[in-house]
Each structure stands twice: as structure tokens, then as C-alpha cells.
Design a protein around this ligand. Structure first.
Ligand SMILES: Nc1ncnc2c1ncn2[C@@H]1O[C@H](COP(=O)(O)OP(=O)(O)OP(=O)(O)O)[C@@H](O)[C@H]1O
Length: 975
């Protein structure tokens, strides 16, 4: 006789997503069930039907078909069908089981257990462990910065942590070229995304760098952004705003700034963060206001939007353009250019005062200087007086405290970060190798004619269409432009001694790579063609007339470690923003006319990650104008040894005179002399004030070291290995150790869908835990707590129902068989907007309650780990029967466990609240004090912090405890 009766309610053991089923009919052999919520009917064999009868008990809540929730107080069996008695919002009522909602879901641990939905024991263990790890990691000081595939470089970590901890980051990242501004911006974005503070971000970069950003964000930060261009926008925006179609948008500045319609669309969206690379191109002046790009960014970065501006040369166009950038960051503070200039002039005195600290308490006059500067600040005055009285042991710490207070007075230091090579150690030495070559007849003839005939230069400019001084500095271009006019029919590369020199160089450096930069795209193209004709060697070329894809392809052909080309021939454009530090030979086929361009050229190799000294090779034709330019770079600017800070200033002042003197030895001496004097003076002025202050305020070694320690502790966290072992097994991911001691992860046949980087039936990936390994090899992924796969597993293991029920057997000599225990895991739920990142103070905390069947509390006596390792797996069918037999007792144990756990909640809330208030009060106090000395502390920021504190306080106080997972343990006799 069958156990099924028409109208009874069941759920499918294998397909719980079908909802609640109703028995439609049943005969001796088969049973048919209607799952109305999913409009499915299933027929099963009566003997093996994978169905579990749904029976509720006292205290349970039932969703009814008329949208009510019934709290069950009793039930009545009427010929095998149940009628529930209880209360809904209208009062007492009866509910035949046929009227239970078809859509009733059983996600909650209690409901799932009592309806026989029992998960694997190891999934239950994983769930508990995941909750504990999440709680630990989200409060870790390195959280959000430990996943990216980067070297732990102190100045970057100091900056990233400082900025990403602010309520509203609005800053200018202005490190010298190649020091890692992109990495800093990526770190900030990464942490803000992980903490939920940022959900929507817009990244605007020059056209030529879109691909590099896309790849860096993915490869280093595992951040997938959508590259929005016109084609993509049309595809995505057919029925709306393309900027709304995705959360993280990368777009070319040239594209966006050229289209008013697209700008309007971008501005119509809310962005949590806007990042603008190469921000020096946004132009503004007090008379005519901003150009299109400037206005666009101004409109995008409204008050409640974070803004990161990146520029290695924020002052390239003078102090107005610098002011313009600061004005974007804080329009209220930077509204008066003259006031800004006056303030800048005061910085030398402040820098001097900070230096003078070293002489205290010895020198009285320094004390007086300092006293004048901090007269308005009681805290600083007190520190100063204490320092004057202090004995030798106390002096260093007092000096340091006072130094910090003084640095805090430096307004711009809060909105601008600039590290230079001089303050960041570990950069390679740059070495210049000049090879003097004989001037070939064809070039000599032109130079001699210019020298003889004053008018010939004008003729040449007209004939060639070149500018001055380019017509002198790039003889191959001049020759080429005249070739058709003259008798010479040879291509320049057949006689140009630099070509023979280059062939010789390549021969002498087998297995080495060199980046060659020349001024013109046409020269680059011809040079590569000539090399192929003369040597058979095919080398990739990179110039402005190629498409982006062609350029990326050329760079990739060069970058390839094995079989890659030994040479990449680039025009000046190749110098912009690209990463070529995997090679250390730079061949300057010629010299650029502007020092910033020279610095850009060298900066492609002299970047973070450069492992060797940078060898700069310059074949220069004897007696040529390039020789004169070389002397100016060397003698006036010392531009090859290190970035030439005053290069722009000197070039603005003496550039024209220099170009006039390229063929005039005496005039050249004078230009060099004047230029050298100006460079020295500018350097001294900057060093006296701005540069020193910026250097100090942009880097805090103690803080950076704390961050490095924090990140290393996460890197070395042995618990991750154990967690991975458990999690990969539960999610069906298989692993294999490779010969090199790496781990190959690949999908097993039962892998859960949607695991990042893994698709069933396809290849997996090779991974390492070692940061150094992952940095050395692009093909490796680094497993960390922040790796997308680990994050996904943590999230699924804690947010979905998987693993929230289990049943296991315990065989222990001291405990007789046939007893029950209930292990209930409760977790705190704090409802708060994601942007508050409440988890840094109160991540989901767990309360574990272990009861035996008599209700005795065993939680403290038997630990989770101790119990888990003695448990034995049991088949699902058996587990279901065991639960069914004890439904009523289990219900009673649940109630008791809940009371037990509830008693712990106030303590947890109190601790989290205190932690939050302590930290935020301290921060508010610090900012308030700072705002009195430093006008760059935005009033808005302090107000936001106050609002945040009160919102957090409310959220933490409203925390509830919820049963998250439950395991029934049945004891068995050891044999
Ligand atoms: N912490 C790091 N670990 C590994 N590589 C790094 C790190 N920081 C920077 N790099 C690498 O150094 C190079 C320069 O960094 P990045 O592009 O961020 O510098 P930048 O200051 O933006 O340069 P530019 O001024 O040319 O725009 C890049 O190839 C980057 O990937």
C-alpha cells in the first residue's frame, strides 16, 4: 500500500527549486506530483520516489497561498492530510495543507533540516569555517590590498591605504614617471570594491593606454572592466544609457570628450569613483575656464563622488594648470589663484622649520622660528616646549610627533601625493654610452651648405616641410624629404652610420633586448625596413600611424620572453605610458627636442620592476646639431642621470636660444651656462620648499612598514591552505601538484557551476601561493583570500543554503549509542548599506551552541574542531529517516539553542559598537584638529564621517541573531 495520499504536500529531494509539490494521484506503482510554482508535473515510482513529506510543527512559520504567514500552534491529521492551527496577522485560523503556498522556500537551516534537506557534512564544516575566516579577514588591516599581483612597495602601500581609508577620496596621484600611479589607483579601487564602498567607477584614460589599463586591471587586480567605445555604446545603449549597462567602465578620453551626447549620458549616471589618467591634459585658466575635457570631468566628479587624478607632470604647463587640477578636487578650497600662489611661497619657511627640528633643543633661535609658525596651535606649542625640556631619550619621539604636526600643516599634502626617485630607493642606475660616428657625406653636404648660405635653411624648411629645429636634429628625415629632389637615390639607411652601428650592436649583444626610440614614425618604419633588407631581421615597429591593435601586437611581439624580437623600433609616441621595463637597453637613435620627452623615453625602462641598470645607448654623428643638444642635456640639466625636475622651466626659458645655437659653438656655451644656472636655482628653490614638503607628506615609512607586515601575514597565512583543501573538495574542484611544485586546479565532474576561471569540461589554471612566483610568471594565478575563486567560495559557503544542514554519526567510547545532539550555528546579521562597510567593525560573528538531547549545553566542553574530526558520514536516506523520527525533540532543542545564543548577542553588539565608536571618534577628532591647521581637510569629509558614525551605530545596535546552520549528531556504538 502506498504512503501517498492526494493533496499531501512534498518536496523533491533532488530539485528543491521546483517549490512545494502536491500529490495529484497515486496508484500501486507510481505517484504523480504537481509543482505548481514551476509549472512542472513529475511522475515517480512509488518505491523510489525522491520525495520528502512536508510536515510543520508547533512554532514553525508557514507561507499561505493568500500571502499570510501562519505561526503554527497545533495540527490535526484528517485521513492522512494535515490541517494546521495557528495565527496569522488577522488572528486565529485553520490551514489545510493544500493551502500552503506553492512557492514556499526552504532556505533556512531549521526548515531545511526538518523537511529532510540534509547537506554533506563537509559542506557544513566549510560553512562554519568560512564564516570564521570572513570575520577575521574583513577586519584585517591588509584587507583589500593583499590580493593584487604586485610587489609590496612601501610608498604605494602607504598611499593606497591612506586614500582608501578616507570617506571621500579626492586626490592627485603625482608620483614621478614610472613609480606606479596606475598601481596605486588600482589598489585603491580594489579595496573600495571589496569593501563595497565603491560599486560604480568610471576610468578615463588616453586612447593609447586603454588596452594597457584593461590588461593591468585584469591581470594584476582581477578587476574586469568594460571598455566602452562607440561601437560598444551603440550595441549596449540601443534601449538606454550605455554607461548604465555596466558597473565598471573604462573609456578613452578622446572618445568621450569628442561627443557631447556621450558626455551627457556619462554625467547622467552616479559614479562612486572617477579615475582620470594623464590628467595634465585637462586644461583650465581663470579667463577662459576649462576645455571640454576639464568641464566634463568637473561635471562627472560631483560632490559625493571620489576622484583620483593621475599625472606625473602636474606642473608641466605651469602653476595655473597645477591649480586647475587642485580646483577639480576641491573647488571650494581652491577658488583663488593668487591666494594659492601666496600660500605656495610660504612653504619654504615651513620646510625650514621642519628641518630645524633636528637642531632642537640645542639651538634657541630655531625654537623661536618654530614658535612663530605654530603660535596658533596649542598642541604643537606644548610639544615644542616639551622638546625643549626633554632629556636625550625622549627627544626623538617628541621630535617625530612635532614633525608630523608640522607636515600636517602642509595643505596640499592631503590632496596630492608625489614620490620621487630620490625618496624611493631601489631604482636602477642609468648609464649613458655615447658612440661618436663619422658624419656621412650626404648629411655633411647639407650642413655645410646651411653654414655657407644663410638662406638655404629657409629653402630647406620649405622643401622638406619640416619644422625648426627638427630639420637639423633629424638628418635622415631631411635627407628623405629631399631625396626625390636631389641626385641621391640611396635610402638613408644605406649610408647612415647609425645603421651600421645598430647592426654591430645587435651582433655584439646576442640574446639581449633593446628598445629603440626615434623621433619620427616614418624614420621608425624605414629603419625597420632597412634592417630587414640589410640583415634579414624582421623587427616590430610601433608608431602613431598604426591602429591600437597593431601597436599592442607589436609590443607583444617584443615582450615575448622566448622567440620575442630582440628589438622594438618606436617613434616618440612609443614613449607614452607604455611598460617596457622587461628590457634594460634603450637605444636613442636621436634626441628629442624637449626634456620631458627625454624623460618619457627613459621612463619606459626606468620603471618599477626594472631589474638591471638602465643602459642608454646613443649613436651620435660627430659635429652634428644632435651633439650640441646632447651637451645641453648633459651639462645644463644632467638629464640622463635622473629625472630632470627643472627641465620644463629651463626649456621654456632657454629653448629658443638653444635651438638657435645648434650650429654656433660660442652661442652654445652661453646657453649652456645660462641654462645650468637656472636649473640649479630652480632645483634649490624647490628643494627648499615644495619638493621637500611633498616628499615628507607623501610617504610615511612607519605606516608603510605596518602595511607590509600586515600583507605578509596574509600572504603567509597557513589557514588559507587548509581552507583551500576543504573548499575545493566541497565545490568539486580537483587539484594536482605539478613537477614545479605548483598547483593545477581544474573542474571535477561534479563541480558547482559559476566558479571563476573554471568551466566544466575545460582546462583549469595553474596557481601558486607565492607572491614572487606569481610576479615572475604571468601564466600563474596567485591564490589569496582575495582571489576571485576564493571570494566566490567564501561567499557561496556563507550566503547560500549549501551546508546549512547536516547529520553525522559519532562513535565515542564514552558515549552510549542512540543519543542525539544538536549543533546550532547562529550568525549575526547587521543590515546596513554596503557603502558603510559595517563589516570592518562587525563582520558576521558566529555563536555556536551544542546541546545534548536532554538540553545540556556542551558548547564549551566540546570544540567544533574536536567534534568535527570524530564525525562519520551517513547516507542521505538514513539521515532523513533519523531526522523524521525525532522531529518534535529537535524542535524543542532548536528553541533552547536560540535562547542560549540570544544571551550572547548583547555582548557582541556592545564590543563591535565600542570598537566602531573608538575608531571613528578618534578619526573625527583628528580631522577636526587637523582642519584647524590644514584648510585641505574638507568640512564635508568631517560631516560625512559624523553621519557615518551615527548610521553605523544604528546599524550595529539593530543587529539580529539568526540560525545559520544546524547539524544533528547521532551517537553510535564504536563497533
Ligand atoms: N608594486 C608593483 N609591483 C609590480 N609592478 C609594479 C608595481 N608598481 C608598479 N609596477 C609596474 O611598474 C610600471 C610602472 O607603473 P605604473 O604604470 O603604475 O607607473 P605610472 O607612475 O603610472 O607611470 P607613468 O608615469 O609612465 O604613467 C608598470 O609596468 C607597473 O606594472
Amino acid at each position: 500500500m502506498s504512503n501517498f495520499i492526494t493533496g499531501q504536500r512534498f518536496i523533491s529531494d533532488g530539485e528543491t527549486e521546483l517549490g512545494l509539490g502536491t500529490i495529484l494521484n497515486c496508484d500501486a506503482r507510481s505517484v504523480t506530483v504537481l509543482f505548481a510554482a514551476s509549472d512542472e508535473t513529475r511522475t515517480y515510482s512509488v518505491r523510489e520516489a525522491p520525495l520528502t513529506r512536508v510536515v510543520f510543527g508547533r512554532g514553525d512559520r508557514i507561507d499561505t497561498d493568500d500571502g499570510q504567514v501562519l505561526l503554527v500552534s497545533d495540527l490535526r491529521d484528517e485521513g492522512g492530510r494535515i490541517t494546521y492551527l495557528g495565527q496569522d496577522s488577522n488572528g486565529e485560523r485553520e490551514l489545510p495543507e493544500s493551502r500552503i503556498s506553492d512557492r514556499m522556500q526552504f532556505h533556512q537551516a531549521r526548515d531545511r533540516l526538518l523537511t529532510g534537506q540534509i547537506d554533506r557534512n563537509d559542506a557544513f564544516n566549510l560553512r562554519y569555517r568560512s564564516l570564521q575566516h570572513l570575520a577575521r579577514i574583513e577586519r584585517h588591516p591588509g584587507f583589500g590590498l593583499s590580493g593584487p599581483r604586485i610587489d609590496l612597495i612601501p610608498h604605494q602601500l602607504h598611499i593606497a591605504d591612506d586614500i582608501a581609508s578616507r570617506r571621500l577620496p579626492r586626490v592627485l596621484l603625482a608620483d614621478e614617471v614610472g613609480l606606479g600611479k596606475t598601481i596605486e589607483a588600482g589598489l585603491v579601487l580594489h579595496r573600495l570594491l571589496l569593501t563595497g564602498r565603491v560599486e560604480r567607477a568610471l576610468i578615463l584614460v588616453p586612447d593609447s593606454l586603454t588596452h594597457q589599463w584593461l590588461v593591468e586591471l585584469l591581470r594584476r587586480f582581477s578587476i574586469e572592466v568594460t571598455l566602452l567605445d562607440e561601437q560598444q555604446s551603440q550595441a549596449r545603449g540601443s534601449d538606454g544609457n550605455p554607461f548604465e549597462s555596466t558597473q565598471l567602465v573604462l573609456a578613452s578620453q578622446q572618445w568621450l570628450f569628442a561627443s557631447p551626447e556621450r558626455q551627457q549620458q556619462a554625467q547622467a549616471c552616479h559614479w562612486d569613483l572617477v579615475i582620470v589618467d594623464e590628467a595634465q591634459h585637462l586644461e583650465w585658466d581663470p579667463e577662459s575656464g576649462g576645455d571640454t575635457g576639464y568641464q566634463c570631468v568637473e561635471a562627472l566628479a560631483t560632490q559625493r563622488t571620489g576622484l583620483l587624478l593621475l599625472s606625473a607632470t602636474p606642473e608641466q604647463m605651469g602653476d595655473v594648470s597645477h591649480f586647475a587640477r587642485l580646483r577639480l578636487l576641491d573647488p571650494e578650497r581652491y577658488h583663488d589663484l593668487e591666494a594659492f600662489r601666496a600660500e605656495q611661497r610660504g612653504h619654504a619657511a615651513l620646510a625650514e622649520a621642519i628641518e630645524a627640528l633636528e637642531q632642537l633643543p640645542g639651538e634657541r633661535q630655531h625654537r623661536d622660528t618654530l614658535h612663530t609658525i605654530v603660535a596658533d596651535d596649542p598642541q604643537a606649542l606644548a610639544l615644542l616646549e616639551a622638546l625643549m625640556q626633554a632629556d636625550a631619550d625622549d627627544q626623538p619621539s617628541l621630535r617625530e610627533s612635532l614633525r608630523r604636526v608640522l607636515i600636517d600643516r602642509y595643505g596640499i599634502g592631503r590632496v596630492m601625493f608625489r614620490n620621487s626617485r630620490r625618496h624611493v630607493s631601489g631604482f636602477p642606475v642609468r648609464r649613458l654610452h655615447v658612440s661618436e660616428l663619422e658624419n656621412p657625406g650626404a648629411y655633411r653636404r647639407i650642413e655645410q651648405r646651411i653654414a655657407r648660405d644663410e638662406d638655404y635653411l629657409d629653402t630647406l624648411l620649405i622643401e622638406t616641410g619640416l619644422d625648426y629645429p627638427e630639420v637639423l636634429l633629424y638628418p635622415e628625415a631631411t635627407f628623405e624629404a629631399r631625396r626625390h629632389e636631389s641626385d641621391d637615390s640611396d635610402r638613408w639607411w644605406r649610408f647612415d652610420p647609425r645603421m651600421a652601428w645598430l647592426r654591430q650592436w645587435l651582433k655584439a649583444h646576442p640574446g639581449e633586448k633593446a628598445l629603440l626610440i626615434c623621433h619620427y614614425g616614418e624614420t621608425a618604419r624605414e629603419l625597420a625596413a632597412g634592417l630587414q633588407v640589410l640583415t634579414g631581421l624582421h623587427v616590430p615597429v610601433f608608431h602613431e600611424n598604426m591602429t591600437l591593435i597593431e601597436r599592442d601586437r607589436a609590443a607583444a611581439a617584443f615582450a615575448e620572453a622566448e622567440d620575442g624580437s630582440p628589438l622594438l623600433v618606436c617613434s616618440e609616441i612609443g614613449s607614452e605610458g607604455r611598460n617596457f621595463q622587461f628590457c634594460h637597453h634603450l637605444i636613442l637613435f636621436d634626441l628629442p627636442p624637449h626634456p620631458d620627452q627625454l624623460e618619457q623615453r627613459i621612463g619606459r625602462l626606468d620603471r618599477i620592476g626594472q631589474q638591471h641598470d638602465v643602459e642608454i645607448h646613443l649613436p651620435v654623428i660627430a659635429g652634428s646639431p644632435t651633439g650640441a643638444l646632447l651637451r645641453w642635456y648633459q651639462e645644463a640639466l644632467a638629464a640622463f642621470e635622473e629625472p630632470s625636475g627643472p627641465g620644463s622651466v629651463v626649456s621654456d626659458a632657454h629653448g629658443d636660444a638653444l635651438f638657435d645655437a645648434l650650429l654656433d659653438g660660442d652661442a652654445l656655451e652661453e646657453v649652456i651656462e645660462n641654462s645650468r644656472a637656472l636649473a640649479l636655482q630652480t632645483r634649490q628653490e624647490r628643494e627648499a620648499g615644495r619638493d621637500r614638503l611633498l616628499g615628507w607628506s607623501s610617504f610615511d615609512a612607519a605606516h608603510a612598514n605596518e602595511m607590509i607586515d600586515a600583507l605578509q601575514s596574509l600572504d603567509d597565512d597557513a589557514m588559507l591552505d587548509r581552507y583551500l583543501d576543504q573548499a575545493l573538495e566541497v565545490f568539486g574542484i580537483e587539484t594536482r601538484e605539478t613537477d614545479e611544485g605548483l598547483t593545477y586546479l581544474h573542474p571535477g565532474s561534479h563541480m558547482v557551476d559559476g566558479m571563476p576561471g573554471l568551466i566544466r569540461g575545460e582546462e583549469g589554471f595553474t596557481a601558486t601561493r607565492s607572491r614572487q612566483h606569481a610576479l615572475a610568471r604571468d601564466d600563474l594565478q596567485r591564490l589569496s583570500w582575495e582571489h576571485p575563486l576564493v571570494r566566490e567560495m567564501l561567499s557561496r559557503a556563507t550566503n547560500e543554503s549549501m551546508g546549512n544542514t547536516a547529520l553525522a554519526l559519532l562513535a565515542h567510547p564514552a558515549i552510549p549509542g542512540g543519543r542525539y545532539m544538536l549543533e546550532a550555528i547562529f550568525r549575526t546579521r547587521t543590515s546596513a548599506p554596503k557603502a558603510l562597510h559595517v563589516n570592518r567593525f562587525f563582520p558576521p560573528a558566529t555563536v555556536r551552541v551544542l546541546l545534548d538531547e536532554s538540553g545540556q549545553v556542551l558548547s564549551d566542553k566540546v570544540s567544533f574542531g574536536g567534534l568535527a574530526k570524530n564525525l562519520r558520514h551517513v547516507k542521505k536516506g538514513v539521515a532523513r529517516n533519523l531526522v523524521r523520527e525525532r522531529q518534535q525533540q529537535l524542535r524543542e532543542l532548536f528553541d533552547q539553542a536560540e535562547q542560549q545564543a540570544e544571551a550572547e548577542l548583547p555582548g557582541l553588539v556592545d564590543k563591535a559598537g565600542t570598537r566602531m565608536r573608538q575608531q571613528l571618534d578618534e578619526e573625527i577628532e583628528r580631522l577636526e584638529a587637523l582642519s584647524k591647521r590644514n584648510p585641505d581637510v574638507r568640512a564635508e569629509e568631517i560631516e560625512m564621517l559624523r553621519q557615518e558614525r551615527s548610521a553605523l551605530s544604528q546599524a550595529i545596535d539593530g543587529t539580529r541573531l539568526q540560525l545559520d546552520a544546524v547539524r544533528v549528531i547521532v551517537t553510535v556504538d564504536p563497533q
